[in-house]
Write a protein that binds this ligand. Structure first.
Ligand SMILES: Cc1ncc(COP(=O)(O)O)c(C=O)c1O
Length: 392
């Protein structure tokens, strides 16, 4: 008998607003670094849902903590105190050295918070004309209008004009260009330490340090978007901690609750200038997502995943460098881009999927690796050999 039931792709096309180009696979289950499709095929996940499932899919400790919290208290709003929210803020303070936290719901809303906070700081400390945010070309800060205005990708911005004003972009790693762009109207400079969506492009350490000095000299805030690079991804809790700089404001999301939606904007006490009513969210910092995040931080700590991240990074980098067709491997920690000798990342990505390996063609010639931080030595070797086979 012929099966005439619509496929999941047909049902999706008929019912979901079409903004995503999806790979032809439907996942139904995950376990550690593995994902399983509806036919029971397994895949080695070296993408982690774009740098999210850092402590592994279906992590037992996170699941247990969330399940307990689900039967206790799910939501009350930010009109009241809840314990996990304050505990998570305290943990993030201790780990980051920053003083205050605002909980948002994703990377874009964490960045909206940072932008609004920087504007408020500019207004309060330097006057109403000080509201501009200078960011970088090829950056990515999210899809809400202000985050998009800060995103240095004209193609993504074009169809949504007019975007909010007060945003300027300059080339990365060019301190003179930044120097020229920062003026009396500038409230903050906002950058990723490694531009993930831009193609896994690490900013030079010298440049980042010069940026910090420039911000100090001109009296503007340095905002680091650590949405993708934060929470262990680069081998330290926060990506700036290995780079000799400290931000005034930093944003987090992706890996913080291992797949539950959360965002956070961290700030020094000096920059935390919101007044009551300046900003808010119904869901932000709710008991379930903050409980999940606390369990994630415990997992990273107890399983020494920062050390594993650094070891697997060295292993994967040298192994991928040796793959014929790879010209270089760039990035930090387990946020790596394998640059190919020709613009065939999409084909390689497709071949990898057929070989049971999940990656992402982040640009035409660069394949991104962001595996879970729990990836083992054997799994990293398996990833490299499956990748090598996909290039052949
Ligand atoms: C550096 C960075 N900032 C912000 C975002 C936006 O995060 P979200 O998709 O959770 O809104 C992303 C997403 O890829 C990102 O990589």
């Amino acid at each position: 008998m012929v099966n005439t039931a619509p496929t999941i792709a047909e049902r999706e096309a008929a019912s979901i607003i079409q903004t995503y180009g999806r790979a032809p696979v439907t996942f139904v289950r995950g376990d550690g670094c593995r994902l399983y499709d509806e036919d029971g095929n397994d895949y080695l996940d070296c993408l982690s849902g774009i740098a999210v499932a850092s402590v592994g899919h279906a992590n037992a400790a996170v699941a247990a903590a969330v399940s307990r919290q689900m039967t206790r208290l799910v939501h009350v709003s930010n009109l009241y105190y809840t314990v996990p929210q304050v505990e998570l803020a305290e943990r993030l303070r201790a780990l980051s050295g920053l003083d205050r936290v605002f909980f948002a719901n994703c990377g874009a809303t964490a960045n909206e918070t940072a932008i609004k906070l920087a504007r408020r700081w500019g207004q309060k400390t330097r006057g109403p004309e000080c509201y501009e945010i200078v960011s970088l070309l090829d950056s990515f800060h999210g899809r809400t209008l202000a985050a998009l205005a800060a995103t240095g990708q004209p193609k993504k911005q074009a169809v949504f004009q007019p975007l909010p004003s007060g945003f300027v972009q300059v080339p990365a790693n060019d301190i003179d260009a930044m120097d020229g762009a920062v003026g009396p109207q500038t409230a903050a400079v906002m950058v990723e330490t490694t531009q993930g969506e831009g193609g896994v492009l690490p900013l030079d350490v010298d440049y980042l340090q010069a940026l910090r000095e420039l911000c100090d000299e001109r009296g503007v805030l340095l905002v680091l978007d650590d949405v993708q690079a934060g929470i262990g991804r680069t081998g330290s809790w926060f990506s700036w901690q290995d780079l000799g700089i400290e931000p005034d404001i930093a944003t987090l999301a992706k890996a913080l609750a291992n797949g539950l939606p959360i965002g956070a904007c961290l700030s020094t006490a000096r920059a935390a200038v919101f007044d009551y009513g300046d900003h808010g969210t119904t869901f932000g910092g709710g008991p379930v997502v903050t409980t999940a995040a606390l369990a994630v931080l415990d997992e990273i700590e107890h399983r020494d995943l920062l050390a594993n991240c650094r070891q697997r990074s060295r292993q994967l980098t040298s192994r991928l460098m040796a793959v014929p067709g790879v010209t270089t491997v760039r990035g930090r920690g387990l946020m790596l881009g394998a640059v190919l000798d020709s613009p065939r990342a999409a084909e390689v990505n497709q071949a990898a999927l057929s070989n049971g390996l999940l990656l992402n063609n982040v640009t035409a010639d660069t394949v991104r690796f962001t595996p879970p931080l729990v990836i083992t030595e054997d799994e990293a070797e398996e990833a490299a050999s499956k990748f090598e086979a996909s290039l052949g």
